[in-house]
Write a protein that binds this ligand. Structure first.
Ligand SMILES: Nc1ncnc2c1ncn2[C@@H]1O[C@H](COP(=O)(O)OP(=O)(O)OP(=O)(O)O)[C@@H](O)[C@H]1O
Ligand SMILES: [Mg+2]
Length: 269
């Protein structure tokens, strides 16, 4: 008998990944920060990048959002090359980022900071807004509604009107995640989202990241030194050492990989 289910189900290996990075090579004078880095991120995937200090993790993010210009290699998102586009154009294509140091405007309220995250989605500029008051008003209402959904998702209601500079540290980090989400990215870059957090704040962040992924279904690249967080959250992990990929695979494979263990313990051994 014919097995209909097999015909109906899509192939498990997606043909075109969301992000494809090939042969990425970045040098600063004599220092090779990245050397022939290859990886891909699938739609909706939580992909982690680990490695000792100076391995090149942040440099990958800086290449992805066009802050650095690699000497060699290709980066494509949805089949479109990101190389040579200004950072704002990369953001408009759907790549959002949180920073190792907070990227909020301290004198603006939490909600105002999230509204700024939507700036590139707003069609009505200030002057046309004066001429087309009705349209600008409708657009503003839609943007506010989108921001409120994020406030709710991240349980930020109690802090809505508080200036970002007065937010407790853990809440400010969550607000920064909210600002990035307000951009409606398809790929979110998280650089050390739990750095400086205590255990409770770290566990909260893990819960919010899983919630965001479940609700919004976006792909994330997580750079993080907290190994238990990486191993709990990531679908796949890539380990870097001195700008070279030493292993890529499921968290359980990476944890036991001799090259990864050597990279972390090599100096001490
Ligand atoms: N703007 C720059 N100018 C010169 N060298 C740089 C620059 N940015 C990064 N590097 C060098 O590139 C290498 C990789 O640095 P990168 O910041 O990407 O590491 P990382 O893996 O993010 O480290 P950490 O875990 O400490 O954040 C390092 O040797 C660093 O000194
Ligand atoms: Mg870094």
């Amino acid at each position: 008998m014919e097995r209909v289910s097999e015909l109906a189900s899509p192939p498990s290996n997606e043909p075109e990944p969301l992000l494809r990075v090939r042969d990425l090579t970045l040098r600063f004078g004599g220092v090779t920060a990245l050397n022939g880095v290859d990886f891909e991120v699938r739609r909706g995937e939580l992909f982690a990048i680990i490695g000792p200090n100076g391995a090149g993790k942040t440099s990958i993010f800086n290449c992805l959002n066009s802050v650095y210009r690699p000497q060699q290699g290709t980066i494509t998102l949805n089949g479109k090359s990101l190389l040579g586009r200004p950072p704002a154009a990369v953001a408009a294509l759907g790549v959002a980022r949180t920073f190792q140091n907070l990227g909020l405007f301290s004198h603006l309220t939490l909600v105002e900071n999230l509204m700024l995250g939507r700036h590139h989605l707003m069609r009505t500029g200030f002057f046309s807004g004066m001429l087309w008051w009705g349209r600008a008003k409708r657009e503003e209402i839609a943007h506010r509604a989108a921001v409120e959904r994020i406030v709710e998702l991240l349980e930020l209601e109690p802090y809505r009107r508080m200036p970002a500079g007065l937010l407790p540290y853990g809440v400010a980090k969550r607000a920064e995640l909210g600002r990035a989400l307000a951009m409606e990215p398809t790929l979110l870059l998280l650089d050390e989202p739990v750095a400086g957090m205590n255990l409770e704040e770290t566990e909260d962040t893990a819960r919010y990241l899983l919630e965001v992924r479940r609700e919004l279904g976006l792909a994330m690249i997580l750079v993080e030194h907290d190994m238990s967080l990486v191993m709990d959250l990531a679908d796949r992990v890539m380990a870097l050492d001195f700008g070279v990929v030493i292993a890529t695979g499921a968290p359980s494979e990476i944890q036991g990989d001799p090259k990864v263990i050597e990279a972390y313990l090599g100096g001490a051994a």
